[in-house]
Design a protein around this ligand. Structure first.
Ligand code: HEM
Length: 300
């Protein structure tokens, strides 16, 4: 910011969008004059015409700029890396924060700017304080159209959703979802049945996963008999609507009882038989009467 850079060394940036924008081109051409008017003459006239204090306005404008605006601008490189969140990408350091935005006239929503550097905005939501966004939106339709074309709403939403997903994943990791499938032993169907009958736990297979329900039999809201009747068997269908469509909470509870995975996936015993679980469709073909399975394994 304080040294004259050699463009040959640092390379050039494509500013065709800015060149195409009459407002930006006008401001660039009349930079010195607009600076004098906006930074000095305008505050001087407000104080002079309003209260007859011409010098006061001038001094105030100078002090404000020296003490506040210029210092505040550098908050982008300090506060913005310290306060707030990173709603678009957490690999880059700048963060979004309302306080920093107020101090820096909108620059505090810097995380967006780093993710989409060619978009002129810092903040994108209407309620976020970014005067540049409002000004350019009002004055220059061309810049807006150019940027929106390149950085579609879709891409911005993806970034937002990813961050929300990360936050959810972090919360999710604090809860017990049972032993991950990858760490469970793989058992054959015969092994599963042998263990169930030889007193090595009350095992029930559901959706290809073996669960030890020993401690839960007495607590089962559907009664002991129903759950006991499925020890050593595949209860996928009955658990998922064949007898009772269990809630998400029941699926989550089930996950905490996992002890193994069935080799070859699930054996849906009920579906092998032609029982009342099958109904005929309009053209007379047999279709299953059981509602679609809830992916129990997904809970992990
Ligand atoms: C194997 C592990 C099982 C677990 C962890 C389990 C868990 C639960 C839970 C938590 C409920 C309360 C309602 C809900 O949250 O959906 C429930 C209700 C029920 N369960 Fe199970 N269940 C299991 C197996 C079974 C089996 C194999 C059957 C049937 C063959 C069955 C039949 C029922 C019925 C009929 C109810 C409803 C009780 C009522 O509302 O009066 N459950 N179960």
């Amino acid at each position: 910011m304080v040294l004259q850079q050699d463009p040959k060394k640092i390379g050039r940036t494509d500013i065709s969008d800015l060149d195409a924008d009459p407002v930006v081109v006008w401001q660039h051409k009349h930079y010195g004059k607009s600076l004098l008017i906006a930074a000095w003459l305008f505050p001087m006239c407000v104080a002079g015409l309003g209260w007859g204090d011409w010098w006061g306005g001038l001094v105030y404008a100078g002090i404000m700029r020296a003490c506040f605006v210029q210092q505040a601008t550098f908050c982008v490189n300090s506060l913005a890396h310290w306060l707030g969140e990173q709603p678009f990408d957490d690999r880059r350091t700048p963060r979004d924060h309302f306080i920093t935005a107020i101090v820096t006239l909108g620059e505090g929503y810097h995380n967006f700017h780093h993710e989409f550097p060619s978009d002129y905005r810092n903040a994108i939501s209407w309620y976020q304080y970014d005067p540049t966004k409002w000004l350019i939106f009002l004055l220059s339709k061309t810049t807006l159209a150019y940027d929106l074309k390149r950085f579609r709403h879709n891409e911005i939403e993806k970034g937002r959703l990813q961050q929300q997903q990360k936050a959810l994943d972090a919360r999710r990791a604090t809860l017990d979802w049972g032993v991950p499938l990858s760490r469970l032993p793989v058992l054959s169907w015969d092994e599963f049945q042998f263990r169930s009958t030889s007193g090595k736990g009350a095992l029930v297979a559901i959706a290809g996963i073996i669960h030890d329900v020993t401690d839960f039999i007495a607590e089962h809201p559907g009664g002991r008999a129903l759950i006991k009747g499925w020890i050593g068997k595949d209860a996928t269908a009955v658990f998922n609507g064949g007898v009772y469509m269990h809630s998400n909470a029941a699926h989550n509870l089930l996950c905490t009882m996992r002890v193994g995975v069935l080799r070859g996936g699930q054996e849906v015993e009920v579906w092998k038989e032609e029982r009342e679980t099958y109904v005929k469709d309009k053209i007379g073909q047999l279709i299953t009467n059981v509602r679609p399975l809830v992916a129990t394994a997904d809970a992990a």
